[in-house]
Design a protein around this ligand. Sequence first.
Ligand SMILES: Nc1nc2c(ncn2[C@@H]2O[C@H](COP(=O)(O)OP(=O)(O)O)[C@@H](O)[C@H]2O)c(=O)[nH]1
Ligand SMILES: [Mg+2]
Length: 204
Amino acid sequence: MDSATSELPAHRTPLRDTAETGLKIVVVGGFGVGKTTLVRSVSEIRPLNTEEVMTQAGVGVDDTDGLTGKNTTTVAFDFGRISLNDRMVLYLFGAPGQERFWFLWDRLFSGTLGAVVLVDTRRMDDSWYAIDRLEHHGTPFVVAVNRFDDDARYSLDEIRQALALPAHVPMVDCDARVRASGKDVLITLVNHLHDLATAKEATP
Ligand SMILES: Nc1nc2c(ncn2[C@@H]2O[C@H](COP(=O)(O)OP(=O)(O)O)[C@@H](O)[C@H]2O)c(=O)[nH]1
Ligand SMILES: [Mg+2]
């Protein structure tokens, strides 16, 4: 009861009327890497998950007869919102990173300022495709390593090598369940975007 009520305000924070800049950010990564967890832990609004939305909207529309388990295998996007300061609001879209979903990403990416690639060191292969597509798209990104159970087998440098990440791509450790940690990841991304914009302005 206590924990439930104490969490309510954070999830119902209205958008401040000083908010000026809304930035679209995409969180990508393999299945089970912690995308939904991250979006949920940082979001000020009750995060939407299209698994729920589609289930409701699909009643009487989608023919799921004979497709056992279809409801839970629907492509799941997450949506959340976080105000970084009085003026800057991030809109977060969690998207599946598997190759077969890429046709959805190209749409999702229009207007996207930057991305977070979530990595689980137990399944690093799952990250390659997402990183490849982001580079191809020219979308700036940071890599956040979700350390499941304090997994410390690989250092960030080792992960950088394994993923063949150029030195300019910021990397950060995180625990997707912890709000402050998720927020750090987003601040790392926004700082990176800011640096890129400043560098671009500096080039004649
Ligand atoms: N131990 C641990 N579990 C986590 C962490 N992040 C996510 N999980 C759990 O891993 C599972 C998959 O996470 P989820 O966010 O649904 O992954 P998604 O498929 O990328 O959206 C869930 O049961 C989470 O509670 C973490 O940092 N540590
Ligand atoms: Mg998910």
